[in-house]
Design a protein. Structure first.
Length: 277
């Protein structure tokens, strides 16, 4: 009883002695946490409710809904190599801030709540399926970028999510490598983005992916070019089906740069997101 009371009171006492603010909205935190984000910001992160493309998950406009087949214009004109892509929420607000903390401020414990969101996405992809255990493959970073950052955020998120499936999903962080660095995707046409990503990835162990259902995992999806190229390479190596699961989706109707506050870090983030996804 006493121990339980101390466990409850101690974080509140320490929060007074060691003041800290939410790293997203800057309001004072009432409890200490490894993830310095307030409950209000966490509550802001909600599932996407808008009508979405059945292939890539982009938001559908009213005119596209009238076409009847559930695909966006982009997928109708250039069908992606993955069989389906699904995201938890739109890349904005608190979710954008949480991803920013992980990727650019090295708050690696943020991978846990992001992985929990991803768990819902993977569960939805697997709903009603009793087939073989799927392979969870995080989208890899080039070795130079991983060395600079110190970790691959997609892998951290994937590892958190995999714990929730109790052996019903297998993680394979080394199945895919990014053996060629690519230039920024910002300002490139669809054709140029595809060419930029062409042959940037390689399957290391073809035997591990052959005949398997593979779920590609990343933190953010923008145009889907990177995920599509990963899926193309995996299918070439024998994967039966490839789905994509991301925590966030930057809808193509949304302006990423408008979400930035004009600071240098945000400009770098916008460029890197568009370049890497």
């Amino acid at each position: 009883m006493v121990v339980a009371a101390l466990d409850t009171l101690l974080p509140s006492i320490l929060s007074v002695l060691i003041p800290s603010d939410c790293r997203i909205c800057r309001t004072p935190l009432t409890n200490l946490s490894r993830v310095p984000v307030c409950q209000e910001c966490f509550d802001e992160i909600q599932r996407v409710r808008a009508p979405q493309c059945i292939l890539c998950g982009d938001r559908l406009a009213s005119a596209q809904l009238l076409m009847g087949d559930g695909r966006c214009v982009g997928c109708r004109d250039h069908e992606p190599a993955f069989d389906r892509a699904l995201s938890f929420a739109e890349y904005k607000g608190a979710l954008r801030g949480l991803i920013h903390l992980l990727k650019y401020e090295n708050v690696t414990p943020a991978a846990r709540p992001l992985g929990q969101k991803l768990t819902e996405v993977v569960s939805e992809l697997l709903a009603g399926r009793s087939e073989s255990v799927p392979l969870l493959v995080p989208v890899p970073l080039h070795k130079d970028r991983r060395r600079t950052r110190g970790f691959n955020q997609a892998e951290l998120i994937t590892r958190t999510a995999a714990k929730h499936f109790n052996g019903k999903a297998e993680i394979a962080p080394a199945a895919l490598v990014r053996h060629r660095e690519t230039i920024s995707q910002v300002g490139l046409s669809r054709e140029e983005r595809i060419e930029n990503m062409r042959d940037a990835f390689r399957v290391v162990d073809r035997g591990r992916v052959a005949g398997r259902i593979v779920i590609l995992v990343d933190d953010v999806m923008t145009t889907g070019t990177t995920l599509s190229e990963c899926a193309r390479v995996l299918k070439k190596a024998g994967a039966e089906r490839v789905w994509a699961a991301t925590v966030a989706r930057a809808f193509q109707g949304a302006d990423l740069l408008a979400a930035a506050d004009g600071g240098q870090q945000e400009e770098v983030e916008a460029v890197e997101v568009a370049a890497s996804v």
